[in-house]
Design a protein around this ligand. Sequence first.
Ligand SMILES: [Zn+2]
Length: 284
Amino acid sequence: MNQTLAALVLLLASAATAQTPAVPIAPVQPQTIRQIKPTLYVVEGAGGNSTVWVSDHGFILVDDKIAGAANFDNLVAAIRSVTPLPVRAVFNTHHHFDHVGNNAAFLAAGVPVIGTDALAAALAKTPGAAPPDLVFDHDFSIILDTGRADAHHYRPGHTGDDAIVYFPAVKAVAIGGLAVTGTPTFDYEGGADIGGWIATLDDVLNLDFDTAIPGRGPPMTKADIRAFRDRLATFRGRAQAAVRGGSTKATLMSAIRVDDLGWAWHGAWPAAQVAGLWTEAGGR
Ligand SMILES: [Zn+2]
């Protein structure tokens, strides 16, 4: 299914619905906006990265940080320092709280918020969270004067509801939780699947881009994404070998080498994460 701007325009004409206010859950952190390309910016701090792509008559925002009025105001102020144009739409890359915290504030301002139907279902079950008001299953495009924003959900990866947003005019992709410079997390309780993640990155790598903005950390190159994909594949192969070799849930993490991948486990993994990996690796 591919929904277009027509649906968006219809929706903009309807009244904005009141949403449950999001609950501030973290101390206010500063935000910094950084120019990546002439019309592409990233806002860092107060949660995950937010990507801003500016077209002639408005901008598209990807991800809206940890909930809270101050975080919302600081995000808007950071963007206002580079453009006076209005926001046309907000995309959510996945349901984690540091990426979707201020959906309610954008919805209250009449701004469409877009995410996968699986993401909407996840947020509907999360107290204080505001689901997107426009949902899609696989593809959703917005066409503006100077280019387009193409959202794609390929399959489960970092979570079960990941979407990437591709901006072909600037050869950039907001890749959400699907790539990270350091150690990745696998949210099995939230639908993660490393096999799906690897296949998703293969699809992303078929897009024509040179810059990827991850959910956390500095911008990455296409080569960085390919290398990260390969590390995931190595890790998944080692997990499968460990399970074949008799690893139990209790011994699995210590049986998988990760230091040569540049990863480090920060303390113990949550039991659900270990169980998910063990099952994906063939454990039963
Ligand atoms: Zn995440």
